[in-house]
Design a binder for this molecule. Sequence first.
Ligand code: ZN
Length: 309
Amino acid sequence: MRGVTAQVICAAMLGGDEYPSTAIGINLPNADWIRAEYGSKSITISNITDAYNKASRHSGFMEEFVIDAPTLQLIRQYGDCCDDLHTDLHECLGHGSGQMLPTTPSNALKAYGNTIEEARADLFGLYYIADEKLVELGHTPNQEAYKSQYYTYMQNGLLTQCVRIKLGEDIEEDHMRNRALIANWAVALDANHEVVDIVEHGNKHFIAIKDYAKLREIFAFQLKEIQRIKSEGDFEQARWLVEKYAIHIDKALHQEMLERYQRLNISPYKGFINPWMKPVYGETGQIVDITIDYTESYTHQMMRYSSEF
Ligand SMILES: [Zn+2]
């Protein structure tokens, strides 16, 4: 089917490369020309996202890294809803939008292409999540909710995502590079420190967002520029942005984040244990039902799979 389709599904169990750790969504195809000619499909796995959200609620993570009680309240109230919405905007409309100049070859940005494309999709989501139309359509509850996403996005890109990286190492993964790119570049664009800043309270660093409406204007500027780079295949500018903002981590901040994160004793990546699906047989040996057992341990599951398959 031509066009953009988006579906929300619940995973019954995970397998292959997506087990025990899994993506929260799938968006295909990758090739721009196939998207332009035939369209794209997105799938979001909602029970996985929901499980991540619920697991993170009691980890103490937000309490440690969010700057103050009102911001924390904003995130508790709207964070899950806006995060899901941002993912959907990123996948369906972000990756699904944008035109290339007919003369631009699809690999013009070479090694920087993936980071630029992820940044384009994220910026699309960041800009449009604050649109009044989304309130009108009932996707966001009010005109305040998007601020939760702006805060957690900047906090992640500027500070906390580096807890997944060893001290002294660079950012390698495209999604992480894109978040660092957007966040660091936004701070640089805010030359007078009127919009967003990294501030220090009692030897700890936090993100302070002073003007959400102006931050949206910065995202709009970035989206326009990233789209231009992609459409025109401006390799030099892509290289400059990625090399300047997306790769390097401030060593002192990195160390502080790792120490604060370590004290919380939570893992940077999470995995899942599948339910044990046990068939119930009828009188003639046919399967009449499947019971779902959640009591199996991870070790037991791994050992069982290796003997059964
Ligand atoms: Zn993406």
